[in-house]
Design a protein around this ligand. Sequence first.
Ligand SMILES: Nc1ncnc2c1ncn2[C@@H]1O[C@H](COP(=O)(O)OP(=O)(O)OP(=O)(O)O)[C@@H](O)[C@H]1O
Length: 339
Amino acid sequence: MSRTSQSGTGSESATISVTGLTKEFSSSDGTVTAVNDVSFRIDRGEIVGVLGPNGAGKTTTIKSILGLLEPTTGSIEVNGIDVAESSREIYNEVGGLLEGARNLYWRLTVRENLRYFTGLQGIRPDGATDRHDRLLSLVNLEEKADERVRNLSRGMKQKACLACVLARSTPIVFLDEPTLGLDIEASRDLRSELRRLATEENRTIVISSHDMDVVQDICDRVLVFQDGEIIVDDHVETLLDELDIRRYRVVLKEPVPTGESLDGYDLEWSADRMAFEVILRNETDVYEFVETLRRSEMRLKKLRAVEGTLETVFLSALELEDDGPAPDGLVAGARNERD
Ligand SMILES: Nc1ncnc2c1ncn2[C@@H]1O[C@H](COP(=O)(O)OP(=O)(O)OP(=O)(O)O)[C@@H](O)[C@H]1O
């Protein structure tokens, strides 16, 4: 049995449709396949998290969708527009916050940038002043509104860029690490603004982040990339509810000397060596684990499941891929659609 993502299965409703995307880069060492035959669809109004370790192919995929990279093979449609044929038209459909805030005009002030990008979208900047004020407050930049972008710190440039991307009001928004550099309050406000954009304005939001809490908090669905392929494509709730993967906390009756371990298990020890956490996949695993523990020198006092988090699911998915084929429930929908 394999799980196919319930979202994005109807091509007419797909906002983004990626089919058989492969991107190779040539370098002095040979050819690097950054993305390998990836297919997925994202529907209007969805908030999708793109996850994966460094070098997994996330940025390459996003840049290809934005028309900034030309695929080696495969096709991409955005709101029914073929990106390869009309990359200029894509600009009105898609806004992107990418690393480095390169799309801002550094000689203009933050507010002038907001007005410029609003105008590009065919909206009168004078009529958008309230919205600009709200965006500036959202990213904590009210006091820097009339400062030239080039005089801002790197974090502030990133925030100004985020405000400009949202000011453009495109139907689709790509955000790379949108909460990076934001304080707790600003991060919370941004999350609720992104949820509002999706639910009230039906905008499609794709977030690439290493912050699992952010992704778990706001995304409907996740795509997990590894080695240029999608290894998980499913709804966050389904992953948390149905996957029998839990982190367990094990408390012992007495401390265990450093170096003591349990074969086949990755234990995360507390500083006093009286407790550890371990990820177990299902009930059988738990029984086996308790049996292994009983045969060891360790004396069990208490074992309890810590609530499942997206991070647990994510780390387990990467581990399972390394170990071999993924079991039921951890199979990428996109890949299986094509099989
Ligand atoms: N312009 C390029 N030339 C050569 N190789 C590249 C180029 N861009 C990306 N790559 C390679 O392609 C692979 C995927 O890179 P990509 O930037 O898509 O990963 P990523 O998942 O976004 O990683 P990160 O989380 O670190 O941003 C990596 O092996 C990377 O070194």
